[in-house]
Write a protein that binds this ligand. Structure first.
Ligand code: BV8
Ligand code: ZN
Length: 243
């Protein structure tokens, strides 16, 4: 297997997707053929879906909260923690995953760009999102104690904008890495490259002269954008990839 050298001149930006959590037992989106209980994911993971049937959306997220709480990080998550500890502030991870497993594994320099299952916010007032592990009983739509509005998962749904602060943090890191005089590397793991703006990061890095790696079980939609491909399970590849 090609080796990824992580030396004192390397800056590393990692992007992970659902494939990194697959070996922990969290189903991927493609694994579910993009469906949940015969609903297209884009329907339950969208503002329109929440307006139409908030109880259905809460059933979707409550089930995933319970499922994610019941599983554990896998060796792929652990390898990423080791890389972060080795590189320090020359490492940053952007994750599309909302299952919280990177943080549970010990990752700290992580941007949860699509939000997290374990925070809830009010859909009406500007109350700060709060930690919430509750798997709400079927048919329940929790309401805000301040304004009575419907509470919603603190998740970026399809058709919603990502948090500009998150994107800025990723861009700033990529700029520092690509102008550091060292080697700037981008590695994507376990993602189908279907969802933007996450899927577009590889092109930004290439334009900035960075080196791009893909670790994935099968070729994703944006595979041709990567310089290096390692095919396999992230839980098996990542622990052996870097030296
Ligand atoms: C935005 C939270 C600006 C939800 C997620 C038309 C109208 C509106 C928007 C759009 C449009 N057309 C395009 C868009 C943009 C849209 C988009 O990209 N849509 C796609 C479907 C075409 N993006 C957005 O809406 C984003 N916002 O653009 O705002 C805007 C605003 C208004 C109007 C226009 C534009 C917001 C995107 C965020 C959506 N939220 N998550 C939740 O989780 O419930 S995305 C969600 O799906 C996941 O977070 C994840 O990111 C994505 C699934 O992707 P993956 O993580 O890659 O998972 P997947 O299952 O697909 O692939 C797994 C891969 O792993 C596979 O390749 C497999 O081979 C591999 N694998 C499996 N096992 C392993 C493995 N690899 C290694 N090891 C293994 N063991
Ligand atoms: Zn409120």
């Amino acid at each position: 297997m090609e080796q990824l050298i992580l030396d004192s001149k390397t800056w590393l930006l990692v992007l992970t997707g659902a494939g990194v959590s697959a070996e922990s037992g969290v189903p991927t989106f493609r694994g579910m053929d993009g469906l949940w209980e015969n609903h297209p994911i884009e329907d339950v993971a969208s503002p329109q879906g929440f307006v139409k049937d908030p109880a259905l959306v809460w059933r979707f997220y409550s089930q995933r909260r319970a499922a994610a709480s019941a599983v554990h990080p896998n060796p792929g998550h652990d390898a990423l923690v080791a890389w972060e500890r080795h590189l320090g502030d020359r490492f940053l991870m952007a994750t599309q995953n909302v299952d919280g497993l990177h943080r549970r594994a010990g990752s700290q320099r992580v941007v949860e760009m699509h939000g997290t299952l374990f925070k809830t916010r009010c859909s009406k007032c500007k109350r700060t999102p709060f930690d919430d592990t509750t798997a709400y009983p079927e048919g329940t739509v929790p309401t805000c104690g301040d304004c009575g509005g419907k509470l919603r998962p603190h998740i970026v749904w399809f058709g919603e904008y990502l948090d500009p602060a998150d994107m800025q943090r990723i861009e700033d890191f990529a700029l520092r890495g690509s102008t550091s005089g060292g080697r700037f590397v981008f590695l994507a793991a376990g993602t189908s490259g279907a969802v933007y703006p996450a899927a577009g990061i590889v092109d930004r890095v290439s334009e900035a002269g960075g080196e791009t790696w893909l670790v994935n079980l099968d070729p994703p939609q944006n595979a041709s954008s990567f310089d290096h491909h390692v095919t396999g399970k992230s839980g098996e590849v990542l622990p052996k990839l870097a030296k």
